[in-house]
Design a binder for this molecule. Structure first.
Ligand SMILES: *Cc1c(COP(=O)(O)O)cnc(C)c1O
Length: 440
Protein backbone atom coordinates (compact mmCIF):
# COMPACT_ATOMS: atom_id res chain seq x y z
CA UNK A 1 0.00 0.00 0.00
CA UNK A 2 1.19 3.53 -0.77
CA UNK A 3 2.47 5.19 2.36
CA UNK A 4 0.31 8.32 2.12
CA UNK A 5 -2.74 6.08 1.65
CA UNK A 6 -1.67 4.25 4.79
CA UNK A 7 -1.57 7.54 6.73
CA UNK A 8 -5.03 8.56 5.53
CA UNK A 9 -6.60 5.19 6.15
CA UNK A 10 -5.20 5.13 9.69
CA UNK A 11 -6.78 8.50 10.50
CA UNK A 12 -10.13 7.43 9.14
CA UNK A 13 -10.16 4.18 11.07
CA UNK A 14 -8.95 5.93 14.23
CA UNK A 15 -11.84 8.39 14.17
CA UNK A 16 -14.27 5.57 13.54
CA UNK A 17 -13.04 3.31 16.35
CA UNK A 18 -10.92 5.18 18.90
CA UNK A 19 -12.19 7.61 21.53
CA UNK A 20 -9.11 9.83 22.01
CA UNK A 21 -8.20 11.21 25.45
CA UNK A 22 -8.77 14.77 26.63
CA UNK A 23 -10.42 15.64 23.31
CA UNK A 24 -13.66 17.05 21.98
CA UNK A 25 -13.75 14.57 19.11
CA UNK A 26 -15.79 16.88 16.87
CA UNK A 27 -12.75 19.18 16.66
CA UNK A 28 -11.13 16.54 14.52
CA UNK A 29 -13.51 17.50 11.71
CA UNK A 30 -11.15 20.45 11.24
CA UNK A 31 -7.97 19.32 12.94
CA UNK A 32 -6.54 16.12 11.49
CA UNK A 33 -5.06 13.47 13.78
CA UNK A 34 -1.34 12.93 13.34
CA UNK A 35 -0.48 9.39 12.27
CA UNK A 36 2.67 7.97 13.83
CA UNK A 37 4.32 4.93 12.29
CA UNK A 38 7.55 4.86 14.29
CA UNK A 39 9.79 6.79 16.62
CA UNK A 40 13.52 7.25 17.05
CA UNK A 41 15.29 9.48 19.57
CA UNK A 42 13.37 12.77 19.85
CA UNK A 43 11.58 12.20 16.54
CA UNK A 44 8.23 10.72 15.53
CA UNK A 45 7.60 9.72 11.91
CA UNK A 46 4.47 9.04 9.87
CA UNK A 47 4.27 6.47 7.07
CA UNK A 48 5.60 9.01 4.55
CA UNK A 49 8.63 9.79 6.72
CA UNK A 50 7.20 13.19 7.69
CA UNK A 51 8.72 13.92 11.08
CA UNK A 52 7.91 15.73 14.35
CA UNK A 53 10.29 16.70 17.13
CA UNK A 54 8.64 15.41 20.31
CA UNK A 55 9.28 18.54 22.42
CA UNK A 56 6.77 17.47 25.12
CA UNK A 57 8.12 13.93 25.55
CA UNK A 58 4.74 12.47 24.51
CA UNK A 59 2.81 13.91 27.46
CA UNK A 60 5.85 14.16 29.73
CA UNK A 61 6.71 10.47 29.83
CA UNK A 62 9.62 9.92 27.48
CA UNK A 63 13.07 10.55 28.96
CA UNK A 64 15.66 8.89 26.72
CA UNK A 65 14.07 9.00 23.30
CA UNK A 66 11.73 6.74 21.40
CA UNK A 67 12.89 3.16 20.79
CA UNK A 68 15.88 3.60 23.06
CA UNK A 69 18.22 0.67 22.31
CA UNK A 70 19.07 0.01 25.97
CA UNK A 71 15.48 -0.06 27.19
CA UNK A 72 14.50 -2.11 24.13
CA UNK A 73 17.19 -4.68 24.95
CA UNK A 74 16.15 -4.90 28.62
CA UNK A 75 12.54 -5.51 27.60
CA UNK A 76 13.45 -8.09 24.98
CA UNK A 77 15.47 -10.00 27.59
CA UNK A 78 12.67 -9.82 30.15
CA UNK A 79 10.21 -11.16 27.56
CA UNK A 80 12.24 -14.36 27.38
CA UNK A 81 11.80 -14.92 31.15
CA UNK A 82 8.46 -13.64 32.38
CA UNK A 83 5.86 -11.25 30.96
CA UNK A 84 3.57 -11.06 34.00
CA UNK A 85 2.61 -12.76 37.22
CA UNK A 86 0.13 -11.98 40.00
CA UNK A 87 1.89 -9.97 42.74
CA UNK A 88 -0.39 -11.04 45.59
CA UNK A 89 1.27 -14.05 47.18
CA UNK A 90 4.00 -14.14 44.48
CA UNK A 91 7.08 -12.10 43.78
CA UNK A 92 9.74 -11.69 41.10
CA UNK A 93 13.16 -10.20 40.59
CA UNK A 94 12.27 -7.02 38.64
CA UNK A 95 9.76 -5.80 41.26
CA UNK A 96 12.16 -6.49 44.15
CA UNK A 97 15.10 -4.83 42.41
CA UNK A 98 13.04 -1.80 41.44
CA UNK A 99 11.63 -1.38 44.96
CA UNK A 100 15.14 -1.55 46.44
CA UNK A 101 16.53 0.93 43.96
CA UNK A 102 13.69 3.44 44.29
CA UNK A 103 14.03 3.28 48.06
CA UNK A 104 17.77 3.85 47.75
CA UNK A 105 17.05 6.89 45.57
CA UNK A 106 15.13 8.36 48.53
CA UNK A 107 18.18 7.77 50.71
CA UNK A 108 16.34 4.85 52.30
CA UNK A 109 13.84 7.23 53.94
CA UNK A 110 10.92 5.62 52.10
CA UNK A 111 11.39 1.92 52.66
CA UNK A 112 8.36 0.30 51.03
CA UNK A 113 6.98 0.56 47.55
CA UNK A 114 3.39 -0.14 46.39
CA UNK A 115 2.55 -0.34 42.68
CA UNK A 116 -0.22 0.86 40.40
CA UNK A 117 -0.62 1.26 36.68
CA UNK A 118 -0.83 5.01 36.11
CA UNK A 119 -0.42 8.32 37.86
CA UNK A 120 -4.02 8.69 38.95
CA UNK A 121 -3.99 5.27 40.60
CA UNK A 122 -0.81 6.23 42.49
CA UNK A 123 -2.60 9.30 43.85
CA UNK A 124 -5.60 7.18 44.84
CA UNK A 125 -3.27 4.78 46.65
CA UNK A 126 -1.50 7.57 48.57
CA UNK A 127 -4.81 9.16 49.63
CA UNK A 128 -6.26 5.83 50.76
CA UNK A 129 -3.08 4.82 52.60
CA UNK A 130 -2.90 8.13 54.43
CA UNK A 131 -6.53 7.93 55.55
CA UNK A 132 -6.14 4.26 56.53
CA UNK A 133 -2.95 4.99 58.47
CA UNK A 134 -4.75 7.54 60.63
CA UNK A 135 -7.64 5.15 61.15
CA UNK A 136 -5.28 2.34 62.17
CA UNK A 137 -3.46 4.62 64.60
CA UNK A 138 -6.53 5.94 66.40
CA UNK A 139 -7.34 9.13 64.44
CA UNK A 140 -10.31 8.06 62.28
CA UNK A 141 -11.48 11.68 62.10
CA UNK A 142 -8.61 12.57 59.77
CA UNK A 143 -10.50 12.10 56.50
CA UNK A 144 -9.82 15.35 54.61
CA UNK A 145 -7.23 16.34 52.05
CA UNK A 146 -5.75 19.68 51.11
CA UNK A 147 -4.04 20.62 47.84
CA UNK A 148 -2.79 23.77 46.13
CA UNK A 149 -4.99 25.99 43.99
CA UNK A 150 -4.44 24.99 40.36
CA UNK A 151 -3.08 21.57 41.29
CA UNK A 152 -3.38 18.55 39.03
CA UNK A 153 -3.27 15.05 40.48
CA UNK A 154 -5.08 12.99 37.85
CA UNK A 155 -8.64 12.42 36.72
CA UNK A 156 -10.13 9.34 38.37
CA UNK A 157 -12.73 10.38 40.94
CA UNK A 158 -10.48 10.33 44.01
CA UNK A 159 -7.57 12.03 42.24
CA UNK A 160 -9.92 14.54 40.61
CA UNK A 161 -11.21 15.44 44.08
CA UNK A 162 -7.81 16.93 44.96
CA UNK A 163 -7.25 18.32 41.44
CA UNK A 164 -8.11 21.98 40.94
CA UNK A 165 -8.34 22.56 37.19
CA UNK A 166 -11.86 23.75 36.34
CA UNK A 167 -11.82 22.40 32.78
CA UNK A 168 -11.35 18.85 34.03
CA UNK A 169 -13.23 19.11 37.31
CA UNK A 170 -16.37 21.21 37.02
CA UNK A 171 -18.45 18.78 34.94
CA UNK A 172 -17.90 15.98 37.46
CA UNK A 173 -18.21 18.10 40.61
CA UNK A 174 -21.39 16.32 41.81
CA UNK A 175 -19.47 13.02 41.86
CA UNK A 176 -16.54 14.27 43.89
CA UNK A 177 -15.66 14.42 47.54
CA UNK A 178 -14.92 17.95 48.72
CA UNK A 179 -11.29 18.81 49.38
CA UNK A 180 -9.68 22.08 50.43
CA UNK A 181 -7.39 24.22 48.30
CA UNK A 182 -4.89 26.67 49.71
CA UNK A 183 -3.38 29.51 47.62
CA UNK A 184 -0.58 28.46 45.29
CA UNK A 185 3.00 29.74 45.71
CA UNK A 186 3.18 30.16 41.87
CA UNK A 187 5.53 33.18 41.67
CA UNK A 188 3.62 34.74 38.77
CA UNK A 189 1.05 35.72 41.41
CA UNK A 190 3.57 37.58 43.60
CA UNK A 191 3.26 41.31 44.24
CA UNK A 192 5.54 43.58 42.28
CA UNK A 193 8.94 43.57 43.98
CA UNK A 194 8.15 40.46 46.03
CA UNK A 195 10.75 37.72 45.44
CA UNK A 196 9.69 34.10 44.79
CA UNK A 197 11.05 32.97 48.22
CA UNK A 198 9.23 35.82 50.01
CA UNK A 199 6.06 34.95 48.16
CA UNK A 200 6.52 31.28 49.10
CA UNK A 201 6.75 32.29 52.77
CA UNK A 202 3.57 34.35 52.48
CA UNK A 203 1.74 31.46 50.85
CA UNK A 204 3.01 29.08 53.54
CA UNK A 205 1.32 31.34 56.10
CA UNK A 206 -1.97 30.64 54.31
CA UNK A 207 -1.33 26.91 54.67
CA UNK A 208 -0.57 27.44 58.35
CA UNK A 209 -3.88 29.22 58.87
CA UNK A 210 -5.64 26.32 57.15
CA UNK A 211 -3.93 23.77 59.39
CA UNK A 212 -4.67 25.82 62.53
CA UNK A 213 -8.38 25.42 61.86
CA UNK A 214 -8.54 22.03 60.14
CA UNK A 215 -5.61 19.83 61.20
CA UNK A 216 -7.81 17.57 63.34
CA UNK A 217 -9.77 16.41 60.29
CA UNK A 218 -6.92 16.64 57.75
CA UNK A 219 -5.14 13.43 56.73
CA UNK A 220 -2.71 14.80 54.16
CA UNK A 221 -1.45 17.67 52.09
CA UNK A 222 -0.74 16.69 48.47
CA UNK A 223 1.53 18.86 46.32
CA UNK A 224 3.34 18.83 43.01
CA UNK A 225 6.82 19.86 44.21
CA UNK A 226 8.33 22.96 42.49
CA UNK A 227 6.21 22.80 39.32
CA UNK A 228 2.43 22.59 38.98
CA UNK A 229 2.27 21.05 35.54
CA UNK A 230 -1.18 20.75 34.01
CA UNK A 231 -2.38 24.11 35.28
CA UNK A 232 0.27 25.74 33.05
CA UNK A 233 3.76 25.01 34.40
CA UNK A 234 3.40 27.18 37.49
CA UNK A 235 6.80 27.27 39.21
CA UNK A 236 7.58 28.13 42.81
CA UNK A 237 10.39 28.42 45.31
CA UNK A 238 11.58 25.40 47.32
CA UNK A 239 11.08 27.43 50.51
CA UNK A 240 7.38 26.62 50.24
CA UNK A 241 8.12 22.90 50.48
CA UNK A 242 10.39 23.39 53.51
CA UNK A 243 7.69 25.37 55.30
CA UNK A 244 4.93 22.95 54.26
CA UNK A 245 6.97 20.00 55.54
CA UNK A 246 7.51 21.73 58.90
CA UNK A 247 3.81 22.59 59.15
CA UNK A 248 2.79 19.01 58.34
CA UNK A 249 5.07 17.82 61.15
CA UNK A 250 3.76 20.38 63.60
CA UNK A 251 0.08 19.66 62.84
CA UNK A 252 0.26 15.89 62.34
CA UNK A 253 -0.64 15.89 58.64
CA UNK A 254 0.97 13.63 55.99
CA UNK A 255 2.99 15.23 53.22
CA UNK A 256 2.29 13.56 49.85
CA UNK A 257 4.74 14.52 47.08
CA UNK A 258 3.10 13.96 43.70
CA UNK A 259 6.24 13.67 41.59
CA UNK A 260 4.46 11.96 38.73
CA UNK A 261 5.68 14.74 36.44
CA UNK A 262 8.63 16.22 38.37
CA UNK A 263 10.31 12.92 39.29
CA UNK A 264 13.10 11.18 37.39
CA UNK A 265 15.20 14.26 36.83
CA UNK A 266 12.57 16.47 35.25
CA UNK A 267 12.97 19.17 37.92
CA UNK A 268 16.77 19.14 37.72
CA UNK A 269 17.35 16.87 40.75
CA UNK A 270 16.33 13.21 40.69
CA UNK A 271 13.26 14.07 42.81
CA UNK A 272 12.12 17.68 43.07
CA UNK A 273 11.67 17.55 46.86
CA UNK A 274 15.44 17.09 47.24
CA UNK A 275 15.88 20.75 46.29
CA UNK A 276 14.08 21.71 49.51
CA UNK A 277 16.22 19.37 51.62
CA UNK A 278 13.14 17.55 52.87
CA UNK A 279 11.51 14.15 52.42
CA UNK A 280 7.80 13.38 51.99
CA UNK A 281 5.72 10.74 53.78
CA UNK A 282 4.38 9.43 50.49
CA UNK A 283 5.99 9.76 47.07
CA UNK A 284 3.88 9.19 43.93
CA UNK A 285 5.79 8.28 40.78
CA UNK A 286 4.74 7.46 37.22
CA UNK A 287 5.21 9.07 33.76
CA UNK A 288 9.03 8.98 33.33
CA UNK A 289 9.43 5.93 35.58
CA UNK A 290 9.60 3.52 32.62
CA UNK A 291 11.32 6.01 30.33
CA UNK A 292 7.94 6.43 28.66
CA UNK A 293 7.61 2.78 27.65
CA UNK A 294 4.90 1.11 29.73
CA UNK A 295 2.20 2.17 32.19
CA UNK A 296 3.53 1.87 35.73
CA UNK A 297 3.21 3.87 38.91
CA UNK A 298 4.64 3.54 42.38
CA UNK A 299 3.88 4.94 45.81
CA UNK A 300 6.78 4.89 48.23
CA UNK A 301 6.24 5.40 51.93
CA UNK A 302 8.03 5.29 55.26
CA UNK A 303 8.45 2.02 57.13
CA UNK A 304 6.72 3.60 60.15
CA UNK A 305 3.61 4.04 58.00
CA UNK A 306 3.96 0.52 56.61
CA UNK A 307 4.19 -0.84 60.17
CA UNK A 308 0.81 0.67 61.08
CA UNK A 309 -0.80 -1.77 58.61
CA UNK A 310 1.17 -4.84 59.79
CA UNK A 311 -1.21 -6.79 61.98
CA UNK A 312 -3.03 -10.06 62.59
CA UNK A 313 -6.26 -8.42 61.54
CA UNK A 314 -6.74 -8.58 57.76
CA UNK A 315 -8.68 -5.34 57.43
CA UNK A 316 -5.87 -3.36 59.03
CA UNK A 317 -3.86 -4.30 55.93
CA UNK A 318 -3.96 -2.26 52.73
CA UNK A 319 -6.47 -4.25 50.68
CA UNK A 320 -5.96 -2.42 47.43
CA UNK A 321 -4.89 -3.93 44.12
CA UNK A 322 -4.71 -3.51 40.37
CA UNK A 323 -4.50 -6.54 38.09
CA UNK A 324 -1.17 -5.50 36.61
CA UNK A 325 0.42 -4.46 39.92
CA UNK A 326 4.21 -4.71 39.61
CA UNK A 327 4.18 -5.97 36.02
CA UNK A 328 7.65 -7.43 35.33
CA UNK A 329 8.02 -5.85 31.89
CA UNK A 330 7.18 -2.40 33.24
CA UNK A 331 9.51 -2.89 36.21
CA UNK A 332 12.29 -4.00 33.86
CA UNK A 333 11.81 -0.89 31.71
CA UNK A 334 12.02 1.18 34.92
CA UNK A 335 15.23 -0.59 35.97
CA UNK A 336 16.75 0.09 32.55
CA UNK A 337 15.74 3.73 32.93
CA UNK A 338 17.42 4.02 36.35
CA UNK A 339 20.50 2.29 34.88
CA UNK A 340 20.77 4.99 32.23
CA UNK A 341 20.64 7.70 34.91
CA UNK A 342 23.53 6.04 36.73
CA UNK A 343 25.65 4.99 33.75
CA UNK A 344 25.39 8.31 31.91
CA UNK A 345 25.43 10.70 34.88
CA UNK A 346 22.20 12.13 33.52
CA UNK A 347 21.44 14.60 36.35
CA UNK A 348 24.85 16.28 35.91
CA UNK A 349 24.70 16.18 32.11
CA UNK A 350 21.24 17.75 32.15
CA UNK A 351 22.58 20.73 34.11
CA UNK A 352 24.88 21.60 31.21
CA UNK A 353 22.13 20.90 28.69
CA UNK A 354 19.74 23.12 30.63
CA UNK A 355 22.22 25.98 30.34
CA UNK A 356 22.49 25.46 26.58
CA UNK A 357 18.71 25.44 26.16
CA UNK A 358 18.38 28.65 28.19
CA UNK A 359 21.03 30.19 25.97
CA UNK A 360 19.25 29.05 22.79
CA UNK A 361 15.91 30.32 24.15
CA UNK A 362 17.19 33.79 25.05
CA UNK A 363 15.45 35.46 22.14
CA UNK A 364 12.19 33.79 23.12
CA UNK A 365 12.60 35.02 26.70
CA UNK A 366 13.26 38.58 25.50
CA UNK A 367 10.62 38.64 22.76
CA UNK A 368 8.07 41.46 23.21
CA UNK A 369 5.18 39.00 22.67
CA UNK A 370 6.27 36.66 25.48
CA UNK A 371 6.20 36.99 29.26
CA UNK A 372 7.12 35.08 32.45
CA UNK A 373 9.82 33.01 30.74
CA UNK A 374 10.74 30.40 33.33
CA UNK A 375 12.75 27.23 33.74
CA UNK A 376 13.05 24.47 36.33
CA UNK A 377 15.38 21.62 35.40
CA UNK A 378 14.26 20.22 32.05
CA UNK A 379 10.99 22.21 31.94
CA UNK A 380 10.64 25.57 30.19
CA UNK A 381 7.51 27.72 29.92
CA UNK A 382 6.37 31.19 28.91
CA UNK A 383 3.12 32.97 28.13
CA UNK A 384 2.44 34.42 24.68
CA UNK A 385 0.45 37.64 24.59
CA UNK A 386 -2.48 36.88 22.34
CA UNK A 387 -6.19 37.65 22.49
CA UNK A 388 -6.97 34.66 20.26
CA UNK A 389 -9.33 32.31 22.10
CA UNK A 390 -8.04 29.54 19.82
CA UNK A 391 -4.37 30.32 20.55
CA UNK A 392 -3.45 26.89 21.82
CA UNK A 393 -4.95 25.04 18.83
CA UNK A 394 -3.47 27.48 16.31
CA UNK A 395 -0.02 27.27 17.90
CA UNK A 396 -0.23 23.47 17.84
CA UNK A 397 -1.04 23.51 14.11
CA UNK A 398 1.71 26.02 13.31
CA UNK A 399 4.13 23.85 15.25
CA UNK A 400 3.16 20.69 13.35
CA UNK A 401 3.72 22.56 10.08
CA UNK A 402 7.27 23.20 11.33
CA UNK A 403 8.01 19.62 12.42
CA UNK A 404 7.39 20.34 16.11
CA UNK A 405 5.12 18.60 18.59
CA UNK A 406 4.17 21.37 21.04
CA UNK A 407 0.88 21.54 22.89
CA UNK A 408 0.36 24.83 24.71
CA UNK A 409 -1.89 24.98 27.79
CA UNK A 410 -4.01 28.04 27.07
CA UNK A 411 -1.49 30.80 26.29
CA UNK A 412 1.32 28.95 28.04
CA UNK A 413 3.85 27.38 25.70
CA UNK A 414 6.17 24.87 27.30
CA UNK A 415 9.10 22.67 26.33
CA UNK A 416 9.62 19.37 28.08
CA UNK A 417 11.98 17.56 25.72
CA UNK A 418 13.44 14.07 26.10
CA UNK A 419 16.81 14.35 27.87
CA UNK A 420 18.56 13.05 24.73
CA UNK A 421 17.75 16.21 22.76
CA UNK A 422 20.97 17.37 21.02
CA UNK A 423 22.27 20.85 20.16
CA UNK A 424 21.01 20.73 16.60
CA UNK A 425 17.52 19.77 17.80
CA UNK A 426 17.62 22.48 20.47
CA UNK A 427 18.44 25.08 17.80
CA UNK A 428 15.63 23.79 15.59
CA UNK A 429 13.14 23.85 18.47
CA UNK A 430 13.93 27.36 19.65
CA UNK A 431 14.29 28.92 16.19
CA UNK A 432 11.03 27.48 14.88
CA UNK A 433 9.22 28.44 18.08
CA UNK A 434 10.33 32.02 17.45
CA UNK A 435 8.99 31.74 13.89
CA UNK A 436 5.57 30.65 15.23
CA UNK A 437 5.48 33.48 17.79
CA UNK A 438 6.16 35.88 14.92
CA UNK A 439 3.23 34.67 12.80
CA UNK A 440 0.64 34.27 15.59
C1 LIG B 1 -0.01 13.20 34.77
C2 LIG B 1 -0.12 13.48 36.21
C3 LIG B 1 -0.97 12.72 37.02
C4 LIG B 1 -1.86 11.63 36.49
O1 LIG B 1 -1.14 10.61 35.87
P1 LIG B 1 -1.90 9.67 34.81
O2 LIG B 1 -0.92 8.63 34.47
O3 LIG B 1 -2.23 10.57 33.64
O4 LIG B 1 -3.12 9.15 35.46
C5 LIG B 1 -1.00 13.02 38.37
N1 LIG B 1 -0.24 13.99 38.88
C6 LIG B 1 0.59 14.74 38.13
C7 LIG B 1 1.43 15.79 38.78
C8 LIG B 1 0.66 14.53 36.76
O5 LIG B 1 1.44 15.30 36.01
Amino acid sequence: MQTSTRNKLLLKRSLAAVWHPCTQMKQHERLPLVPVARGSGCWLYDFDGKRYLDAISSWWVNLFGHCNPRINAALAAQLEDLEHVILAGFTHEPVVMLSERLSRLTGGVLGHCFYGSDGASAVEIALKMSFHYWRNTGSPGKTRFVSLAGSYHGETLGALSVTDVALFKDTYAPLLRASAQVPSPDWRLAEKGESPPDFAVRRAHALERHFERHHAETAALIVEPLVQGATGMAMYDAEYLRRARALCDRYGVHFIADEIMTGFGRSGSFFAYEQAGIAPDFLCLSKGITGGYLPLSAVLTRDTIYQAFYDDQITRGFLHSHSYTGNPLACRAALATVDIFEQDGVIEANKAKCGRINEAAREIAQHPKTGNFRNTGMIWAFEVKSADAEFSRRFFEQALARELLLRPIGNTVYFMPPYVINDEEIALLTQRTLDIIAVL
